[in-house]
Design a protein around this ligand. Structure first.
Ligand SMILES: NC(=O)c1ccc[n+]([C@@H]2O[C@H](COP(=O)([O-])OP(=O)(O)OC[C@H]3O[C@@H](n4cnc5c(N)ncnc54)[C@H](OP(=O)(O)O)[C@@H]3O)[C@@H](O)[C@H]2O)c1
Length: 332
């Protein structure tokens, strides 16, 4: 086996955080049950927070971020996982305080490892990544709250971001009419590639739906990825017994709403966590993502990048300028 591997390392120097592609000795990888050679990783907002030194995500530096990894098992002490298995790891502590997928190797506990489902390649798995799993969990929760496509439009925020774009692609594939909320002028991407029926700007959405205690009941459901006044507006514009999922706080962690949408219209606010879900439930969602939920134009949602391009992409995400997903190919 190789003695060194390439990784994007984040080092702290007097409170300043620097990222650099480095050769790391294999001896430095912490020993866990399963060693994986990573073929692909993907870039998520949390990676940008980790790489910029956000201590809420990563406490210990030097650190290799990357909350997602897909690759082949090199060695395993678990009887359920064999050398050569193709696997996915997302969430738990990967890329937070455990070295993550921005390195060519990861070493993880066996109960973090998901076997790659049939009908999904390692590349496709990372086109989806944590964003895809989170989108899948959001769709799952909406459907299990009784939100059917015949009940009317659903609304998705952060439309050009990772979770938002894949959520739109899944819901439109399932036949739902999707209204996309976006801060960008990306008509072709949002309507033709993702399949949304229409787009509303962030500003217009907030002005239309977040001004009063309750607004016009226009949506049967929503998938919110940004929080703040957009999530408040979605809650206030749900139809009777509607539901909205919440997974992220790109805009704000605060929401402002009275209890009226909940007690007068039966609105439901559904929290989504993709990190600590039991591995069996993650597997169930991955199997749906591999088959009937696989976005039709998955490859058009992603940009493939090399490890050397990562630093710039992480900055793009922090600035809110992401467009779809970024997949790191460790062979480039
Ligand atoms: N709970 C979980 O398990 C979980 C898992 C994954 C992600 N997350 C969270 O979900 C959120 C989205 O993640 P992501 O990977 O999709 O991020 P992303 O790729 O960076 O996308 C975020 C999108 O939000 C929109 N946006 C940016 N700044 C905004 C602002 N100030 N106000 C309103 N909208 C804004 C942009 O889309 P438009 O320009 O199209 O509006 C942007 O592309 C993050 O907070 C992330 O931490 C949570």
């Amino acid at each position: 086996m190789t003695r060194q591997f390439k990784a994007l390392m984040v080092r702290e120097d007097n409170g300043i955080f620097n990222t650099k592609v480095e050769q790391i000795s294999m001896a430095e990888i912490p020993k866990n049950e399963v060693l994986i050679k990573v073929a692909y990783s993907s870039v998520n907002y949390k990676d940008a927070l980790s790489a910029s030194g956000n201590k809420g995500v990563t406490r210990r530096f030097p650190h290799i971020p990357g909350i997602d990894a897909a690759g082949q098992v090199v060695s395993s002490t678990s009887e359920n996982i064999a050398e050569g298995d193709k696997v996915i790891v997302t969430g738990y502590d990967l890329g937070m305080n455990t070295w993550g997928g921005f390195g060519e190797y990861v070493s993880v506990p066996a109960n973090w490892v998901i076997k790659l489902p049939e009908n999904l390649s390692l590349f496709e798995a990372m086109c989806l990544g944590t964003a895809g799993l989170t989108a899948g969990l959001s769709v799952y929760n909406l459907i299990h709250s009784g939100i059917g496509k015949e009940q009317g439009k659903i609304v998705v925020s952060g439309a050009t971001g990772g979770v938002g774009s894949i959520s739109i692609a899944i819901m439109s594939k399932l036949g739902y009419e999707v209204v996309a909320i976006s801060g960008k002028e990306e008509d072709h991407f949002i309507t033709q590639i993702l399949g949304a029926g229409s787009i509303i700007s962030r500003k217009d959405f907030v002005e239309t739906y977040d001004q009063k205690a309750m607004s016009k009941a226009d949506f049967s459901g929503g998938i919110d990825t940004v929080g703040g006044s957009i999530l408040s507006g979605i809650i206030k514009s749900l139809k009777y017994n509607g539901a909205v999922t919440t997974c992220g706080n790109v805009a704000s962690a605060e929401i402002s709403t009275s209890i009226f949408p909940f007690i007068l219209r039966g609105a439901k606010l559904l929290g989504i966590d993709s990190v600590e879900q039991p591995v069996e439930f993650k597997s169930e969602i991955w199997n749906l993502l591999a088959k009937e939920w696989k976005p039709t134009h998955l490859k058009d949602i992603v940009k493939e990048i090399s490890i050397e391009q990562l630093s710039d992409v992480l900055t793009t995400l922090l600035e809110g300028n992401a467009r779809g997903r970024y997949v790191v190919n460790h062979s480039l």
